[in-house]
Design a protein around this ligand. Structure first.
Ligand code: THU
Length: 130
């Protein structure tokens, strides 16, 4: 049983560290591994806008860097207080690691649960490289 509230709380805490001087839009993410470990990430903007890293990829990078790649779920929050869907690049990056659950949250009591396949059907993956 996934503790969505805990994930949302961790994402929200991490979001406070957002480096977003250009958009002033803070995003936080928390990824849960199948083995029960949590990794968080926030968005890191750059004066060269294209160098910006989204919160989701920040969290995935942290987990991978610590040897984890079997993910069960990722929770995403933002400073808008609205449901914030992952961008296309992040969906593609998440798809590399299977069909995890994606939780979009306004707060710990208001969230929606999707799957990666819901949000990115017919994705390009390793099997398409021939
Ligand atoms: N952002 C994320 O962190 N995740 C997304 O999936 C969408 C966008 C960030 C990137 C940038 O810092 C800000 O939101 C505005 O695009």
């Amino acid at each position: 049983m996934i503790d969505y509230k805990k994930m949302i709380g961790l994402a929200n805490t991490c979001m406070q560290n957002s480096y977003s001087p250009y958009s002033h839009f803070k995003v936080g993410a928390c990824v849960l591994t199948k083995s029960g470990k949590y990794f968080v990430g926030t968005n890191i903007e750059n004066a060269s806008f294209g160098a910006t890293i989204c919160a989701e990829r920040s969290a995935i990078s942290s987990a991978i860097s610590q040897g984890e790649k079997d993910f069960a779920c990722i929770a995403i929050v933002s400073s808008s207080g609205e449901y914030t869907p992952p961008c296309g690049i992040c969906r593609q990056v998440l798809s590399e690691f299977g069909d995890l659950e994606i939780v979009l949250a306004k707060d710990e009591n208001n969230f929606k649960v999707y799957t990666l396949k819901n949000l990115l059907p017919n994705n390009f993956d390793a099997g398409d490289i021939k």
